[in-house]
Every structure is written in C-alpha cells, then in structure tokens.
Write a protein that binds this ligand. Structure first.
Ligand SMILES: [Zn+2]
Length: 511
C-alpha cells in the first residue's frame, strides 16, 4: 500500500491535537504554539489534523524528528533533544500544571492530583514507558522477604562514539546538578538530559521551599523525587525527619525516604538534598517486626526491630512531635556510637555512622524506619566494611542507596549479555576456558569466580532452562548477601546481642 505523502504542517497539527487531548493544553496556548512550530519549520500556513490521530511516537513524533534531520534542523544523535523540545512547546506551562495539580488536589484529593502529574509525565514522554518496559524484572525469594531484581535496559549503556562526542563537549556549571529546579525547561545537550517536558510542584517541607516531581526512571510504581530549592549537600539531621513527615502529611499515599549523607552508603547524588518516594511497594515496607521495645521517655512510640536483611529500627506513633524527638535522639546516639567488638567505629578521622531514613503513614499512624549505616573502609575492605565484598562486584559494585537497601536492586544492562555468555558455558556451547576468562578484555572476566562456582556445582552440560535458573539463582543469592553486608548488626548471635546492647544503652526495653 503506498504511504500517504508526509506533510509537516499536518504533523504539526496532529501534535497540537494530541496536546489538546492528552495534555489538556489550553486552546489559546495551542494557537500560539502552532505558530511557533510553523515558523520553526518554515511553514506559512497551518493544516487540519488527521481525522484519526496516529500513534504519538511512530505517527507524530518520529516523522517530525526525521523531517528535521533530513532538513538539517538537527543531527541524528540529537533526535531525543529535538523531540523533547517540540513536545515541550505544546505542553501546558509549568504554572498551569501547578494550578491544575492544586485544583485537582482540592476537588478530588491528592491521589488524583499525583495520578494527573504521573499521567502527564508518561504522555509527554518525560517518562518513556516503552523504554522502561524493556527492563527485565523478577522476584528473588529470600528468608526475610522477597527482593525485586531489575536489569536496567531502559538506559542503554553509551557506546564509544557517543562517549567520544560527549568528551568533546564543554562542561557547564548550569544547572548546578541534575536535580536543581533550574532543570525545568532546560534544553539539555548530548551529555545532559533535555528537560522541557519536566514539570514540578512546589511544596513546603519544614517551612522550606521544596519541589515534587516524578522520576523519569520508574524503578517502582509512582517513583517520585522531592528536592530542595537550594542546591546544598545531603544532610541527615533532625530537620530531615520533620521534612519527611511533612511530605507524608501532604502525600499520605506515598512513602518517602532519604539517602544517607555519606559516600558508599548514600546514593549517587550527594550534592543536592533530595528524597525519593512512591507507592508503598518496596519489599522492606511489607516486613513485620522482629522485636518490640518501649521507652519511658517516649511513651507514645512503638519501637521495633524490623525483620529485614539490614539493621532497621522502626518507630510508629500517632504523636508526630514525639516521633520526631525520638528519631533525633536515635540519630544523635548513632552518630556517636562505637562497638569495637563488631567493627563499628562512629568516627576515625571522619564521621562514619549515618542513617537512611524512610517515612510512611498508615492506620497505626506515622512510621519512621531508620536504617543504621556505617561507611568505614579498611585495608581488607577498601570499598567499605558494610558493603558488598569484592566477590560480589560483578553483580553490584556501586554504593547501596535507599532503594536497594529497601530491597529493589537495579542492575546494569550489561548483565543481560554477560549472563547469556555464562549460559553458553554452562550448556557446553562455549568452552570453559579459564585462560580466556582471565583476560581482562573479556567481558566475562569479571564473572570468573561465578562461572567457576556454577561449573563446579552443576557442570557444563545443562539445558538452557537449567543454566538460566542457575545464573538467576546466583544473582538472587548475591543480592541477598549484598543486603546482609550492609547490616551493621549482623543476624548472628553476636550481632543480635550487640544490637540489644545498643538499644539498652538508649534505655529501650524489650516487651
Ligand atoms: Zn542541584
């Protein structure tokens, strides 16, 4: 069937029609945006949109971007930048999105408002669902609750050509970082994501200006971010607890947590104070209490030790003020707590103890989960004592931040191809050649000890299914071990005793 002749003016009309339906863009703004687009593409007059709107990506956006490339308006590698720019031109302005969000929140409740912003984020390609759905996700069963493992294919790793291009680009100091609110509308560059389609909602946390937005990476349902208006380093202080609880007062249907403020045990961005939250689906949040304590000084708070892989003190109360006070008390105690017998040193030349805090609201009132962390290194553990050991780095080497500490593992996309390489060996289709595997240029070299162990345990004559299962089980067990590594009080008789000693020092009595 011959395809209809492409008309850029019709494509622009279709883009405006899509914006009217799916972004609820204002008709007066769309008259204006259409003229901007016509001028940009050198068109004198508008066209009517197609009677039936084609698919947004393949029928509207891709043809416009291809037209721009063919006509020298952008380079092929700039396609994403160009696409975001033209979608940004037909999106409601940041202030109209804020106004609409507030109106929906007032009339239909906050959940409807966040659903609106999330829907807008998806429909505008700010969240690229077709890419996100490429991620491979499975559940790893574990003795203290299942973990969620995701191989991240949404963000393809950059090839050498792209890296070379990026290396030639000047490094700029604006915006100061990828979280700063100044990213709203920022055009981006080959080494920086375009943000014309980003929309944020101002919120006040502890009487300070903050912003709420969705994460473009969607590591779990409704993955959102709260960021401070001020570009300032992450810091866990008593004010952090107040801000987290203010957030759950505004968004009681979401949990919210902060990465800690130290490298190794913090997230990837320590330079900008921010939180991450979303639907209460993270594995840690579904776990019960292991032990219950009371404190005379904080009678309205239930203190529990969470039945989880790392060391979590959970505090629950309807009395918000008292909850903030006990959390500040524990933070102060933990910052200064050392127990040489289990390798916890609060300070050497620098501070090592910190907390990864998470807040949620439910029938039992407010809960603050405090994950106790320590980032000390020594000669035998140069990457961190409470961090995955070197034999696990083939699966995960980076710091274990909030999301992983709560049981959602985001593993690099390279792992998919590498796992297939391991399957080839375990099924006997590729030789088990230790000399070749020891060559560092071999992508499988980092998996040498995993391959040796699996070949030793199961042989190299497995069916595809058996080999797949062996590799997945290995990854699952490694993720569980990684979480156990992050526990400052290990789940051993010695570690449990040390945990009890610590709680006793704070005058918490087990009930
Ligand atoms: Zn910043």
């Amino acid at each position: 069937m011959p395809s209809k002749k492409f008309s850029i003016a019709t494509a622009i009309a279709n883009l405006c029609a899509y914006a009217s339906v799916h972004f609820s863009a204002d008709r007066y703004d769309l008259i204006y945006a259409r003229n901007q687009l016509l001028s940009m593409f050198g068109q004198g007059e508008p066209s009517e949109p197609d009677k039936e709107l084609p698919d947004f990506q393949t029928g509207i956006i891709d043809p416009i971007v291809n037209y721009a490339i063919e006509n020298g308006m952008c380079l092929p590698e700039e396609a994403l930048l160009f696409e975001t720019k033209i979608i940004g031109m037909v999106m409601p302005s940041p202030s109209s999105v804020i106004h609409r969000f507030d109106t929906i929140a007032a009339n239909e409740g906050i959940k409807s408002a966040t659903d609106y912003l999330n829907g807008l984020s998806v429909k505008s390609n700010y969240i690229r669902m077709p890419d996100i759905s490429k991620n491979i996700k499975w559940t790893a069963p574990g003795p203290k609750g299942d973990l969620t493992i995701t191989i991240n294919l949404a963000k393809p790793e950059k090839d050498n050509k792209q890296l070379l291009l990026e290396s030639k680009l000047p490094q700029t100091s604006y915006p100061k970082c990828k979280l700063c609110v100044e990213n709203v509308g920022y055009p981006g560059a080959l080494n920086y994501p375009p943000r014309q389609t980003l929309r944020v909602i101002p919120v006040y946390l502890n009487d300070e200006p903050w912003y709420f937005q969705f994460s473009p990476y969607v590591y779990f349902d409704n993955h959102c971010i709260a960021l401070s208006e001020e570009h300032r380093p992450m810091a866990i202080t008593p004010a952090t607890f107040t801000r987290l609880l203010d957030f759950v007062d505004l968004f009681p249907h979401y949990f919210i947590g902060s990465n800690s403020d130290l490298p190794i045990v913090g997230g990837s961005i320590l330079a900008h104070d921010h939180f991450q939250g979303g639907s209460k689906v993270l594995p840690m949040l579904t776990r019960p209490a292991k032990k219950v304590f009371r404190s005379e000084a904080f009678p309205e708070v239930t203190i529990t030790i969470h039945d989880w892989y790392n060391s979590v003190i959970s505090l629950t109360s309807h009395n918000r003020k008292e909850l903030e006070k006990i959390a500040a008390y524990i933070l102060h105690n933990w910052r200064n707590y050392s127990d040489e017998s289990i390798g916890i040193f609060a300070k050497t030349s620098e501070q090592h103890n910190t907390i990864t805090p998470i807040a949620e609201y439910g029938e039992a009132g407010y809960t603050l989960h405090l994950i106790l962390r320590n980032n000390r290194t020594d000669e035998t553990h140069p990457h961190g004592i409470f961090h995955p050991t070197e034999d696990m780095h083939n699966i995960k080497k980076e710091g274990i931040g909030l999301i992983e500490a709560m049981g959602i593992f985001i593993l690099p996309g390279r792992l998919l191809d590498e796992s297939r390489g391991v399957v080839e060996i375990l099924t006997g289709r590729a030789p088990l050649n230790f000399a070749a595997l020891s060559d560092e240029t071999n992508p499988l070299s980092k998996h040498l000890s995993m391959i040796a162990q699996l070949a030793n345990d199961y042989g190299t004559n497995l069916s595809d299914e058996e080999a797949d299962r062996a590799v997945v089980n290995y990854i699952n067990n490694t993720c569980i071990k990684i979480l156990e590594c992050t526990a400052v009080f290990k789940d051993t008789p010695e570690g449990n005793k040390a945990f009890d000693v610590y709680l006793k020092k704070m005058n918490f009595k087990q009930v």
